[in-house]
Design a protein around this ligand. Structure first.
Ligand SMILES: [Zn+2]
Length: 237
């Protein structure tokens, strides 16, 4: 019985690794998605900062144009001062010129404030471009690593599946049936459990002394009374 159990243990080990690799290969595309999402996020942050800066520059040019127009208007009014006939008209034109100057001054204040905002936006854009450039190499490296790991996993999986078939072919069909039935009942799909110091490693039950004695003789197949796994014992000496 000892050899058969050892074969089952090897079969189980191969199956556990197969499931582990299958899961890893299933998860890997999610890692790709996460990497792409991060790349996308960084590039969008740059685009938003670029658009913000472009908008500020546009606003600045608009204010500049407005200020020029107002200054032209003031110059025309000033030229008219020489043509006015009455004092009242003269005062009114002076008042108009003052109002225009006040408007221009307001626009110029706005332009100065915009220049500060533009400087800050330039700094922010440079920072975001740098962050994107810094991270993009790391992201590309990571994607290449994931790809390599997937290729390795696929290769290992293929070898393990062959190995599993090879081990399975050595197992007596009746024993194989017991194994498969036990496996189906276990949530972790582990059908075989070692008993160490009279404790089932599948469910931590203390194996009754009589059963433990029989188990140590390794004459026939033993099942854990609690978890129903095939149990085995290894002489530690
Ligand atoms: Zn058990």
């Amino acid at each position: 019985m000892k050899t058969e159990i050892q074969t089952l243990v090897r079969l189980q080990a191969a199956e556990i690794e197969i499931r582990h690799l299958e899961k890893a290969l299933e998860e890997a595309p999610k890692r790709f998605d996460a990497l792409n999402a991060e790349r996308q996020m960084l590039s969008e942050a740059v685009q938003v900062a670029e658009a913000h800066l472009a908008d500020l520059n546009k606003r600045y040019r608009e204010r500049e144009r407005e200020a020029r127009q107002e200054q032209d208007r003031a110059a025309k009014r000033a030229a008219r001062l020489y043509e006015v006939k009455t004092n009242k008209e003269y005062q009114a034109t002076l008042k108009e010129i003052d109002d225009i100057k006040a408007t221009v001054s307001g626009i110029e204040d706005e332009m100065l404030a915009l220049l500060d905002t533009i400087e800050a936006a330039k700094g922010d854009l440079a920072q975001k471009r740098q962050a994107s450039a810094d991270r993009s190499q790391a992201l590309a490296d990571e994607a290449a690593e994931v790809e390599q790991a997937m290729a390795d996993d696929r290769q290992r999986l293929e070898a393990l599946r062959l190995q599993r078939e090879e081990i399975a072919s050595q197992i007596d069909p009746d024993l194989m049936n017991v194994y498969l039935k036990a496996r189906i009942q276990q949530r972790d799909q582990r059908a075989v459990a070692e008993v160490i110091h009279a404790v089932c490693q599948g469910c931590h039950l203390n194996i009754p002394p009589q059963l433990y004695n029989e188990l140590q003789r390794q004459d026939d197949l033993k099942i854990c009374p609690l978890c129903q796994r095939i149990i085995y014992w290894q002489n530690e000496e």
